[in-house]
Design a binder for this molecule. Structure first.
Ligand SMILES: Cc1cc2nc3c(=O)[nH]c(=O)nc-3n(C[C@H](O)[C@H](O)[C@H](O)COP(=O)(O)OP(=O)(O)OC[C@H]3O[C@@H](n4cnc5c(N)ncnc54)[C@H](O)[C@@H]3O)c2cc1C
Length: 364
């Protein structure tokens, strides 16, 4: 890369990504700002934001309507019972139990904010890996292998595990060890080709909208779970058994048909009679509140994550967006060195936030 390209690269990276802000996260130089920073909502965005704010403000208060989220026993019980009928629900986050995959920035932000993130995640069978991450479009694999295998910062875990891990690290709640049905042990016993595939599975098929409006995938997340996902526009009937998923996978219209091993895995799962639980949900409406265009905003008010911007989840960007927002906030706070926030604090934040994640909305 020549000097001019390097300059452009650095400038673009700084403006459009939160990568450089990661180095700015950490204790505030010159003492914390006096007073209480208030965070509304204690899910992913709220927890990451609270972590950033705790470096800059004397006190941070999270207001969260779901009481069980901060109670060690309840959260522990929830993890234990998931996915076979948990006692408690994240009532305002209906997708909580749904399959989530994450952008790499999620792993990077979490590792930067919580040095023990990897070991805490691994306690419950989550992983930070370099892949394999296999999105197919119209039947063809899209992400190139070298790109995928560069760093071990790609979180492989369910949403409850990611959120609970962040919460445990932030609030220091001690959640008792979960005793879950151990898929790993079952797989270890079956040293055959399909069991090997299930060790590392992360496959999804997105169709070309002209050909089909449904998509399908399966993922192995925490050690005891395999998610099989199916969805799309105008879907009226959902599979209720493994063979139903095999049928929808077979029906997917795409240029390159799915590999035979996909169907063999279904047969394997059926034969082994893995217990299954089926969940369905309608996607909530999309939303973008353009605070960047706001004229009269309080200087100490920022909005992060889905509260500003809830796009179609098909591209799995929601949690990544929250991570970018939290790191952006940390970067801006570290540049405000005075004892109070400057008058243009909120405006600067919303402008940068729009540049960095506005496109997630436009392309969804
Ligand atoms: C079906 C589906 C699949 C998805 N898959 C993925 C995926 O694969 N990858 C990905 O990255 N993203 C995915 N997303 C998006 C992702 O789930 C969201 O982007 C993410 O939950 C946003 O986190 P958040 O903390 O901003 O908001 P939420 O998770 O919605 O949390 C909001 C919190 O605020 C609390 N709250 C609500 N009202 C109030 C109030 N009045 N006062 C105080 N607190 C309040 C709630 O109890 C909750 O704890 C998916 C979304 C859906 C719908």
């Amino acid at each position: 890369m020549n000097a001019a390209s390097l300059l452009v690269y650095r400038y673009t990276r700084q403006l459009l990504t939160a990568i450089d802000d990661l180095d700015l996260l950490g204790p505030r130089k010159g003492g914390k700002i006096k007073g209480i920073a208030l965070v509304c909502g204690g899910s992913i965005s709220g927890l990451l934001t609270a972590r950033v704010l705790s470096d800059h403000f004397e006190n941070v208060l999270i207001v969260e309507p779901e009481e069980w989220l901060s109670q060690a026993t309840e959260a522990g019980l929830w993890l234990q019972q998931h996915p076979f009928g948990g006692r408690t629900k994240h009532t305002k986050v209906p997708q909580y139990t749904f399959m989530h995959c994450y952008m790499k920035i999620v792993g990077r932000v979490c590792m930067r904010m919580f040095p023990d993130f990897r070991s805490e995640l691994e306690k419950y069978g989550g992983r930070l890996t370099s892949g394999p991450y296999n999105p197919h479009f119209n039947g063809y694999l899209t992400a190139s292998r070298p790109w995928r295998e560069n760093n071990e910062d790609y979180p492989y875990c369910s949403r409850p595990l990611l959120e609970t891990t962040i919460r445990r690290l932030l609030l220091k709640v001690d959640i008792p060890d979960a005793k879950l049905p151990d898929l790993q042990r079952i797989l270890n016993k079956k040293r055959n080709d399909h069991a090997e595939k299930l060790h590392s599975i992360h496959e999804w098929w997105l169709t070309e909208p002209d050909m089909d409006v449904t998509n399908f995938g399966f993922w192995r997340m925490d050690y005891n779970k395999i998610y099989i996902g199916y969805g799309g526009y105008g879907v009226k009937e959902w599979p209720k058994f493994i063979h139903g998923f095999r049928e929808v996978a077979l029906r997917l219209r795409q240029a390159k048909p799915m590999a035979e091993w996909v169907f063999e895995i279904f047969e394997f799962l059926e034969k082994e009679e893995f217990p299954i639980k089926i969940d369905t949900m309608r996607l909530p409406p999309c939303l973008y509140i353009n605070y960047a265009a706001g004229k009269i905003l309080p200087s100490n008010f920022v909005v992060i994550g889905d509260a500003i911007h809830k796009a179609n989840p098909i591209k799995s960007q929601g949690v990544g967006k929250a991570a970018v927002h939290a790191a952006t906030l940390g970067g801006i706070l570290s540049r405000c060195t005075g004892p109070r926030l400057p008058a243009d604090f909120a405006t600067s934040f919303f402008k940068l936030q729009e540049k960095r994640t506005g496109n997630m909305w436009s392309v969804s």
